[in-house]
Ligand binder design. Structure first.
Ligand code: HEM
Length: 147
């Protein structure tokens, strides 16, 4: 879906398929499928001027962190060659996603195979988002092969 919003980036990836690894990282950053993370404060701390006692439950927005202008130049842009790309799509720390290596591999294989098979695919209708707060994704993305 994102590649149809940025046809120049789609063309770049088609011309340079070796960019698939950085492209997948950028897709994870730009459309992070898990938008929220939960943590419990273990010792009193201060965040954004607010004191948080030990035991406080906090919900952190991964999607916002992944568009942080202090971390990412042009955070609202989509760049298949973005480097470095220190996104938090898989969380961080002790509970970082246990399946991230598999997810990265699946993403790279599925997207590069799809592009090689349907290089001219175009949207053919309005994509429908899932509408959930925590999980960002689509219920349907109607496409056709194109010319
Ligand atoms: C694009 C795909 C995926 C995304 C964006 C994703 C994202 C995440 C995130 C944000 C967390 C929480 C990390 C944290 O709290 O720091 C998580 C945890 C986890 N993920 Fe994934 N995940 C993906 C795919 C997978 C797959 C394919 C598997 C298994 C095969 C998997 C297994 C797990 C497990 C077991 C945890 C809990 C780890 C723990 O609590 O120690 N994930 N994932």
């Amino acid at each position: 879906m994102t590649l149809t919003q940025y046809p120049d980036q789609k063309q770049r990836l088609l011309a340079q398929p070796e960019l698939i690894k950085t492209a997948v990282e950028e897709m994870l950053r730009y459309e992070s499928s898990n938008q929220l993370g939960n943590r419990m404060i273990v010792e009193e701390t201060e965040l954004g001027g607010i004191k948080l006692p030990a035991g406080t439950l906090v919900t952190l927005c991964i999607g916002a962190a992944n568009r942080d202008p202090a971390q990412f130049p042009n955070p609202e842009g989509f760049d298949v060659a973005r480097t470095p790309n220190r996104h938090l799509a898989f969380g961080t720390g002790a509970h970082q996603c246990a399946g991230m290596a598999l997810a990265r591999l699946e993403g790279a294989i599925a997207i590069s195979r799809f592009l090689a098979r349907f290089p001219n695919y175009v949207l053919d209708g309005e994509p429908v988002r899932g509408g959930r707060v925590r999980f960002r994704g689509f219920l349907s993305v109607p496409c056709r092969r194109g010319a």
